[in-house]
Every structure is written in C-alpha cells, then in structure tokens.
Ligand binder design. Structure first.
Ligand code: NZQ
Ligand code: ZN
Length: 382
C-alpha cells in the first residue's frame, strides 16, 4: 500500500430540499454572485427558480452567465471570468451538470488572473487564489461536485485537458436528487457509465490497496443494481438518490487511497472522441472501455479476471468483457462508434482521430498506450 494524505474540504449537502439553505450559505461569501448555467435545462426543470429565489431571499445580487455547452469550451470560461471581474463578483454559483461545474471551477481561478484561462490549465500560469465556488449538481455522473478537477476543451487546438488544483474544490456542494429527475434517459445512462468507468480507472491503476478495491467493487455493484432500474423509472427519487451518491463516491478520492494512481487511458481516449465528434462523455466511455479491455486482455489477464470474478462471477477474461459490454448495452449506452454514426471505414475519419489521440498524448498511467495501440483501439471500437 502507498502512503497517502486524505483531504477533502467540500461540505456536501445531500437530499431533498437541501438548497433551502443555499441563500444564507452563499451570502457568507459576499453579496454579489455569478450564477453559471448550461443551455437551458435548469430553467425548464425548475431548479433555477428554486435556487434563484433562495439567493434573492438572502439579499444577493445575481449576475448570470448561461450557455455553457456539454463538453465545455474555454471561450465560455474566458467570457464568464470577464463578466465576474467587471462586476466585482464575490462568489460563483454553478447550477448544472459536470460541464457547468467544471467551467465554473476554472472561472473561479481565471477571475484572479489577467491572462487567458487556457494558461491556467496548461500550467503556464500557477494560480494562488480563487473566487469561492458553490456547486448545485443537476446530473449524477462526473463526481466533480466533490473533487478538485475540471475538464475543458480548446476546440481550435483540438485539445481536451483534465486539470487539477486544490483551489478548485467547491466550498459547498448541494445535491438534491429531485434536481436530477428531469435528466433524459440517454444522459442518465451516460452518467451511470461514467461512474462505473471512474471506478474501473482506479481498479486498473497502479498500486495494491485491497480496501480501495473492495470499495470500487461495491460502488460498481450499486450502479449495476440500481442503474438498469433507474433507466426504467426515471422519476423514481430513491433510485436517483442512490445513483447520485454512488457517482459522488466514485470520484471523490475514496477509491484511490493507498494506490499510486488511476490509469485514465480510457478517459483520455474518450476525450479525443469528444474533441473530434462531440461525443457525450459517458457514451465515449462505453465505447472505449470494452475496446481497451480487449487490447489489455493479454497484458493484464489476472487483473481483468479478478474484476470479473468480483463483479459478475465471470468464468474468464472474455466472459468478463462480455458481461461489462452487456451491462452498458442494458443501460442503453453505445458500444461501437458505428452506433453513433462515426464511420471508421472512411480513412479520413480514422486519420483525424488518430492525429488527435497523438496530439493529446492519450496514454494512460499504468498501461501506457503506444501509437500502435491507438490503431488497434480504433479498430476494436469501429
Ligand atoms: O446544458 P443544459 O441545458 O444544462 O443540459 C445538460 C446537457 O445537455 C443536460 N442536463 C444537465 N442536468 C439536467 C439536464 N437535462 C435535464 N435535466 C437536468 N437536471 O445534460 C446534458 C449533459 O450535461 P453535462 O454537464 O455535459 O454532463 P456531465 O455531467 O456528464 O458532464 C460532462 C463533462 O464533465 C467532464 C467530461 O469530460 C465532460 O466535459 N468530466 C469531469 C470530471 C471531473 N471534473 O472530475 C471527470 C469526468 O470523468 C469527466 O471527464
Ligand atoms: Zn468520466
């Protein structure tokens, strides 16, 4: 087992009605709030009205930046940070899914910097201060509500970067499962796939930590038990709550203590699919994971088998991969690029993806991927 430091300062408020306290809590950081939103779901679901009225009741002045896109882009971060600077904002309230919260994390740093936000995620500028951030989660998937990571894209450069900084932990995160009742079937499925994929990235990481492994297996089993039911009962509060809590634990540090690292190669390849074809994050993972496991089955058969035995009582490595694919299929998430109309028989399409994988150095930590591996992976995903 590796040495570790356990640190997570996020105050997480979980359950129905928790945002009733958001006004008083947010106003402790000052009276001017920048409310960051996605393309419209928070307004149509009613979450916006609930949060807005609580902030107003606490005497907050609210400035809005809306329109953050799924698979968020750095342009929005720069514009929102400028709005924050121009209005001497004291606190940011992010209301949305991972894309809104990730963007807000970088906005919180960019508001304290005079240059472009991309300098921060590329390490050209090292931030020392951040505007306080309050997160209100509306989609169970990424775990961003309780971690210090943000993932952002620069479309011109064809790069999607995961950036971590302790300054980006939200001060408070509000998780009301009723806010997720309106998430459509496809994004609900992608969220379940994402939490399973986070658990798997840690399972296949470096280091031997048996308790963390057992936690990983428990989280995936929770998703296996309740994910398919949720897909049939999208408005079931209790199932929404169970999946929401599982998604938070899948990437808040808990599954990695005692390990050196996760692998993250599947995520890095998935990000390339999102950069080139704007594939929803979870959908990219249900396509890349089975292909990655097929590539790895001769390299790490014991580790794949151990997973299969723990999760599915699988007979062998192939059976393990088959059962994971079956799970993703039951959830309704794609397994092949062809299912989302990406045609790799078109040489230009394949070439472009390969180029972006090389550019983004999508290698992973424990099982480093080579350029030959990229070609094999693409063939396995076709
Ligand atoms: O834009 P709006 O209108 O809000 O619609 C969103 C979007 O279309 C919609 N949605 C969100 N909450 C909803 C809702 N629709 C109805 N009802 C609600 N309550 O869902 C769509 C997807 O939203 P998005 O925020 O993009 O999804 P997700 O939470 O999966 O976030 C994906 C982003 O997070 C990054 C991904 O790379 C991707 O950019 N990740 C962040 C991580 C982190 N910070 O730790 C780790 C992850 O591995 C991941 O990489
Ligand atoms: Zn993910």
């Amino acid at each position: 087992m590796e040495n570790f430091v356990m640190y997570n300062p996020v105050k997480l408020h979980f359950g129905e009605g928790v945002t009733d306290k958001i006004g008083t809590i947010t106003s402790e950081y000052g009276k001017k709030a920048l409310l960051v939103l996605g393309k419209g779901s928070a307004k149509s679901s009613g979450a916006y009205d609930q949060v807005f009225s609580m902030l107003k009741k606490a005497g907050m002045e609210i400035f809005e930046y809306s329109g953050i896109k799924s698979n968020p882009v750095i342009e929005d971060v720069n514009k929102a940070a400028q709005l924050g600077k121009d209005n001497n904002i004291n606190v940011i309230v992010a209301l949305g899914g991972g894309s809104v919260i990730d963007s807000s994390k970088i906005i919180s740093l960019a508001m304290k910097y005079d240059g472009p936000a991309w300098d921060i995620v590329t390490g050209k500028h090292n931030p020392t201060d951040a505007t306080p951030l309050i997160a209100v989660l509306t989609l169970a998937a990424t775990g961003t509500e309780m971690n210090p990571v943000a993932v952002i894209q620069d479309t011109c450069q064809q790069k999607k970067i995961g950036y971590g900084n302790k300054l980006m932990y939200p001060q408070h995160s509000f998780l009301d499962p009723t806010f997720t009742l309106s998430v459509p079937r496809n994004y609900t499925a992608y969220g379940v796939v994402d939490l399973i994929a986070h658990s798997l990235e840690l399972w296949f990481g470096e280091g031997d930590a048996s308790l963390s492994d057992r936690i990983i297996v428990s989280i995936i089993k929770e998703a296996m038990k309740h994910g398919p039911d949720l897909l049939e009962n999208l408005e079931d509060y209790d199932l929404r709550a169970r999946i929401m809590y599982a998604a938070t634990l899948a990437l808040n540090g808990l599954t990695g203590f005692g390990k050196k690292s996760g692998d993250w190669g599947v995520h890095e390849v998935g990000h390339c699919l999102s950069v080139v074809h704007d594939v929803p994050h979870g959908a990219s993972l249900s396509i890349v994971y089975p292909a990655w496991l097929k590539l790895m089955k001769s390299r790490i058969p014991e580790r794949i088998q151990e997973l299969g035995t723990s999760l599915f009582e699988a007979n062998n490595v192939d059976d393990t991969i088959y059962k994971l694919e079956y799970l993703f299929k039951v959830l309704g998430s794609p397994l092949k690029l062809s299912e989302i109309d990406i045609d790799l028989s078109d040489a230009a399409v394949k070439e472009k993806l390969l180029k972006v994988m090389i550019l983004n150095k999508a290698s992973g930590q424990a099982q480093k991927l080579s350029e030959d591996d990229y070609v094999k992976l693409l063939d396995l995903m076709a």
